[in-house]
Design a protein around this ligand. Structure first.
Ligand code: NAD
Ligand code: UDP
Length: 310
């Protein structure tokens, strides 16, 4: 028996994860409150005999019998997680306690979708898992950063005190088709703006860096982490190809053949200046590294948004 619960399964990453798990023969329960996810993302899975959808909010208890839990439920973009910051904290505290409660009761293995945001505005570069981070506990990003940090704490305490079989994956910026068009993330914003020949909005001077991982690579990494015996993490999952926001804008302009100009806007408060994963541990423990070059991933993403905007 391989019954898998994917919370946040109707979201961007979750929908690809559900797809991959069904392809490998698992029974998949997709649980989502549809805050940022949509039926559209999973419409093609609805008739699959091993797919089941539950509309539910993880901040409320639920009783399910499963073997594995991927806990992805949580808004991921600054616009969405800051929309109702108290709810974001509840999702990462009450929601994670509820999911750990299931894992403990039915002896399921649970993987928490953590984030590079646990490193805050990092002073160690590239970021290694042993770095404790540099997080503002009272800023606009705190609901997410501190929420995800306490989620990691809960995972570790359920593991130490109750022997729950846990996995922690720290996901770095991920992009691809099915990103929410209005979530304000840099890739979706720039692609949509470029396709419309509208100005590309650069926050600050654009020298801040990120490293972008294509969604299929990321999903491969989290499945490898879930399947890996004994290793609980945390493990960084991301693509260590660091570029500045300005370089990303130029790249998307050239791939779309857009006439857009670059337009500078005020810098965002607490915006991390640089971010790049050290994935030595993932290479060693999971034999994992991303394989999709950023140009190829961006082309697929551009094709997706072209269809959406048509
Ligand atoms: P997303 O917003 O597309 O997906 C999140 C899903 O969770 C959505 O379907 C949403 O409706 C659902 N959800 C939110 N709160 C919920 C709740 N209380 N109960 C039930 N469902 C709820 O975002 P994503 O990019 O697919 O991110 C998935 C996970 O990966 C998140 O936990 C996020 O923090 C993490 N992550 C993502 C990135 C990234 O770059 N996309 C980076 C780091 C971490
Ligand atoms: N960003 C930008 N213009 C946009 C959207 C984002 O310059 O239209 C910048 C943002 O300030 C940040 C980087 O791009 O420095 C990545 O932002 P995103 O919200 O995608 O991810 P995160 O900050 O969570 O890494």
């Amino acid at each position: 028996m391989d019954r898998v619960l994917v919370t946040g399964g109707a979201g961007f990453i979750g929908s690809f994860l559900c797809e991959r798990l069904l392809d490998s023969g698992s029974d998949v329960i997709c649980l989502d409150n549809f805050f940022t996810g949509s039926r559209e993302n999973i419409r093609h899975l609805m008739d699959h005999p091993k797919f089941e959808l539950i509309r539910h909010d993880i901040t409320n208890p639920i009783y399910l019998e499963v073997d594995r839990i991927y806990n992805l439920a949580c808004p991921a973009s600054p616009i969405h997680y800051q929309y109702n910051p108290i709810k974001t904290v509840k999702t990462n505290v009450l929601g994670v306690v509820n999911m750990l409660g299931i894992a403990k009761r039915v002896n399921a293995r649970i993987l928490q979708a953590s984030t590079s945001e646990v490193y805050g505005d990092p002073q160690v570069h590239p970021q290694v898992e042993s770095y404790w981070g540099h997080v503002n506990p009272i800023g606009p990003r705190s609901c997410y950063d501190e929420g995800k940090r306490v989620a990691e704490t809960l995972m570790m305490d359920y593991h130490r005190k109750n022997g729950v079989d846990i996995k922690i994956a720290r996901i770095f910026n991920t992009y691809g088709p099915r990103m929410h068009a209005e979530d304000g993330r840099v890739v979706s914003n720039f692609v949509i703006q470029a396709l419309r020949n509208e100005p590309l909005t650069i926050y600050g001077d654009g020298s801040q860096t990120r490293a972008f991982c294509y969604v299929s690579d990321l999903v491969d990494g989290i499945i490898r982490m879930m399947d890996c015996p004994k290793f609980i993490g945390p493990v960084n999952l991301g693509n260590p190809g660091e570029i500045t926001v300005l370089e990303l804008a130029e790249l998307i302009k050239s791939l779309t053949g857009s006439k857009s100009i670059l337009e500078h806007h005020p810098a965002v408060q607490d915006d991390p200046v640089q971010r790049n994963p050290d994935i030595t541990l993932a290479r060693k423990k999971l034999d994992w590294a991303p394989s999709v070059p950023v140009e190829e991933g961006l082309r697929k993403t551009i094709e997706y948004f072209e269809r959406q905007l048509a």
